[in-house]
Design a protein around this ligand. Sequence first.
Ligand code: AMP
Ligand code: ZN
Length: 657
Amino acid sequence: MKREEAQSRIAHLIDEIKKHDRLYYVEARPIIGDRDYDLLEKELVSLEKAYPELVRADSPTQRVSGEPISAFAAVRHDPPMQSLDKTHSKSELEDFDRFIRKEVSGFTYVVEPKVDGVSLSLRYENRLLARAATRGNALVGDAVTNHIRTIKSVPLSLPEDAPETLEVRGEVYMTRDGFVKLNERAEEEGLEPFANPRNACAGSLKQLDPKVVASRPLDIVIYNAGGIGCDGFNSHSEMVAAFKRWGFPIAPWFKSASTMSEVFDAIDELQRLRHSFRFEIDGAVIKIDERKFHDVLGATAHGPRWARAYKYAPERAETIVEAITVQVGRTGILTPVAELKPIELAGSVISRATLHNADQIARQDVRVLDHVYIVKAGDVIPAIESVITEKRTGEEKVFEMPSVCPVCGGEIVKNEGEVALRCANPACGAKLKRRIEHFASRNALDIKCLGEKVADTIVEMKLAEDILDLFTMNELMVIGYFGKNGEKLLDALDEAKKLPLHRWLFAIGIPGVGETIAKEIAAKHETFFDLVDSSVLKEDKRVVAKAIIDFFASDYGQKFVSTMKALDLNPKSEAKSEIKTSGPLVGMGCVITGTLSRPRGEYAKLIELAGGVIQSSVTSKTKYLIAGANVGESKTSKARALGTTVIGEAELMEMLK
Ligand code: AMP
Ligand code: ZN
C-alpha cells in the first residue's frame, strides 16, 4: 500500500471506529459486533505500525499511549471552576426562587441530576482534545489528559460544526456496577476496597499509569460551559443539546420547569429514578435556562447565583452492631463482618455489612454493641458509614482479629502489599466450601442445587476433599444426605462436564481470572489440555497470564490436571468449537488484504459463515489470500510461494454463493 493510500485508509478507519465508539458508548446502540470492531482496530494498529509518521493525535489507538507521568501539570482555570451553593430542603429552594424573582423575570428552570463524581474541564484546540483537568482548588487543577483519553466516550476530536477552540465542563464518574466489580476484585486480591464510586474515581485519576486508568470503568457527563467556545446559545438546554451533537455524553435525564411546583415534581421524580442511573447522584441541580440571566445574576465567590444544588438526604439508617464475625473466603482471606440488628434501608432489609479488614475497623473504631449509621456504597453494598459515639455506654467491646483461622485453626499470613490476612492452610475447610460454591455458581458450572448450604454439608461430611472430588462422590451418600436434590445434583454434575472451556477456567477460581479474562483466554485455546501447556500464555505478559501458568505449575495444579485426565475431562473452547463444519470454505485459512468495495469486517463475517478461518497474515496454513485493490506484487508473490491461492473480490463472492 502506498503512503497516500495508507493515509486515506487510516482516516477511514478512524472515522469508522469513532462512529462505532459513539454508537456503543454514547448512544448505547451498537450496530456491529465485537469481532468486527476488533478487525477495524487491528487494521488501524497495523497500518500505524507500518507508517508511524501517519499516527494521528486523535487516533483511537492513542487512548492508552500516554507514558506514566511523574507528576501532574498545573492547569489554570479561566473562569474558575466554581462549586454550587447547596440547599437541603424545599423551603431553602423557595428562598432561592424568591431571590431570583426579585432580580429577574420571564425565565424557566432546568433540573438536572447532580452527578457524584469528580469535576472535569475539557479543552479542545483545532477541534482536538488538548487538555483535561480536574477542579483542584477551583483556580488551578491537575492536568489529567492521558487519563481522560482512556475513557472511550470522551471525543478525541470534534465535528466540523463545533467551535475550533472549545472548553466544556462536566463530571467524570465511575459506573456503579463497575465500582462493585472493582471492589470485588480488590477484596479478592487482598487490597483495600474503595468506600464509594466517587472515591474510586478520584483514586483512579491519581494513578500514574494511564494503562491502569484504562482498566477502570470511568465515564463522563458534560453539563456546563467552559471559558471558550460556548457563547452564542440562548439557553443552557440549547447548549447541552449542542454538546450532544458534538459527541459529548450528556445526562440521560433532565426536565424543564417554569414554576416551583414543577421544580419539586422534577426533583421528586429524579429521586425516584436515582438508583436507575449508571452513576451515583447526590441530588439535583436547578439552573435558570436562559443564559442572558446568568450574566445579570453573576456569581458569588462560591458559585453561580443562577443555579442551586438540592441535596437529597443521605439514605442511611441507624442500627446496632450485635457481633463481629470473621468469614474465610475462597482464597483464604479473612473478612470481618458486622452482624447488625436488621434494619430497612433503600428498599431492602440489611443484617450484615462487611468491615473489609482490620485496618478499616481500626480507622472507624467500630466496636461490638456500637450504634452505627449504615449506607449503601455504590447504592448496593451495605457499609458502616460512621459510629455514633455519643451513644456509647461503655459496654462496647473492641474487636480483635483472630490469631489463627477461625475455621481450621490454620496459620494466618499477611502477604506483602496486601491489607488482608489469609488462612495459609491449603486444606482449610472454609476455603474449600467457598471454592465449591464458586465452582457451582451461575457463571461457572451453574449447578443450581449446589449452593452455600449444600457446599457446607459436602465439606463437613467429607463427601469431597477437593473440587474435582465432586465428580466421584459416593452416590448413595449424596442421595442419603440430600434426597431428591442429591439426584439432581448428580445429574447436574454430569451435565457440567460438557460445558465449554471458559466456564471451567472461571470455575477453577485462579486469582484474577474473572469471567471476561476466562473467555478471552479460552478463545485462544482449543481444549483444557491445550491451555495447560500453552505457548500463547507464555507470550502474554499480563499478571493474570502468569497466574494461570503458575497455577498449572504448582503441586496443586499438577494434581488438578492429572485428576482431570483420570476423569477423562477435557472441556473444549467454545470459540474454537464454534467453527463451522460445513460450507464452501470449511477449515480454510483466509487473509484479506488491500482495498475492497465493502468493509473488511463484512467479508470476514461472510467467510466465517462459509466455514473459513480469518487469519491476520499469510502463513503456510493460508488457503486463500483475498486481494483487493492496490496490493503490492511482493505480497502476492510471497503468498504464492507459500502455496496460497491469490483471489480477487469477485472470485471470493463466486465461492461464497
Ligand atoms: P459539591 O461537590 O457537593 O460542592 O457540588 C458542586 C459540584 O457538583 C460541582 O462542582 C460539579 O462538579 C458537580 N455537579 C454534578 N452535577 C452537576 C450538574 N448537573 N451541574 C453542575 N454541577 C454539577
Ligand atoms: Zn482456614
